[in-house]
Design a protein around this ligand. Sequence first.
Ligand code: ZN
Length: 201
Amino acid sequence: MRIFRPFLASGWLFPGALFRIKTGEKLLCITFDDGPNQISTPAILKTLEEQNIKALFFCKGENAERYPHLIQRILKEGHLTGNHSYSHPDGWFTGVKQYTDDVEKAAKYIPGRYFRPPYGRLKIGQYLKLRSCYKIVFWDIMPYDFDNTFSREETLGVLLRLIRPGSVIALHDSEMSSSPLFLDSFIREARGRGYKFILPE
Ligand SMILES: [Zn+2]
């Protein structure tokens, strides 16, 4: 079963975290997890530049360490980077200290004050530690662009069906992601419906 929105209780468990921007206006925020990547990052940046949109890249420390020039390019082109941990641990199965050490290690390679937990899984203890240094960002829609059994048309369909004012959209910046293939169509279609794209505050 694919679940495109976070569970309702998540907002209650993590009251200071961002799931959806509070606005009545047709504003959307696009985020990309797991990069940077030599193949997908340049493709995504090209579309964003052509469409004149800024996005938030939640990078994995391992990849940021390997491709520092891509981190520099993301920032130089006006986008933001956020911390997505160093080694992508699952918060539910990782101790608080081990988890926050991993995030701290990633921070050496990724500037920014945003953090997104891998898999969206975070224990309360980890949340309480991290929220003093980071704005924790979950999402309003995750359309399974990373799932190669889910076609790009299906992914695009989910996005177009579920967007609403303030949606934070979680896409992926990785070789298996279908995002580079539908990003341009999605942006054009959403704009046609009156949506604008912004970064979080
Ligand atoms: Zn991830």
